[in-house]
Design a protein around this ligand. Structure first.
Ligand SMILES: [Zn+2]
Length: 123
């Protein structure tokens, strides 16, 4: 979901992917430079979602464009930036979202993610 205030009007749009959310927000910014908005996973979503993204081309050097894992919890609003499992913080406008298996994975994110999964199984 993307929720915003554009030209003084409240708007809410359902989107399927973070890339669509970003496209919607940029669209609103073109309409109203003072538009304010957040995006989030619907609070009635059954479980947290892991998104895969890497710094967009030109944001960092090619060698540092590894794919990070981002854990998104339902109902938690996102705006400005998002922090990966390894602690890398990226601005939402600087992320290229990837499909599972695409890009070179960030090893740190994988290790942290694996520990997270093991911890859940042990409970
Ligand atoms: Zn990472």
């Amino acid at each position: 979901m993307v929720v915003g205030r554009i030209d003084g009007h409240e708007k809410a749009v359902g989107v399927a992917t973070p890339a669509e959310a970003l496209a919607q927000m940029l669209d609103w910014l073109r309409t109203d430079a003072n538009a304010a908005f957040v995006w989030y996973l619907r609070e009635d979503w059954p479980e947290p979602v892991t998104l895969i993204g890497r710094p967009a081309s030109g944001v960092v050097g090619e060698t540092r464009r590894s794919a990070h894992l981002f854990h998104v919890r339902p109902g938690v609003a996102l705006h400005g930036s998002i922090t990966a499992r390894c602690g890398t913080e990226l601005s939402l406008t600087d992320i290229e979202w990837l499909r599972l298996g695409a890009g070179m994975p960030c090893e740190c994110c994988l290790v942290t993610g694996a520990r997270h999964e093991l911890g859940r199984m042990g409970r």
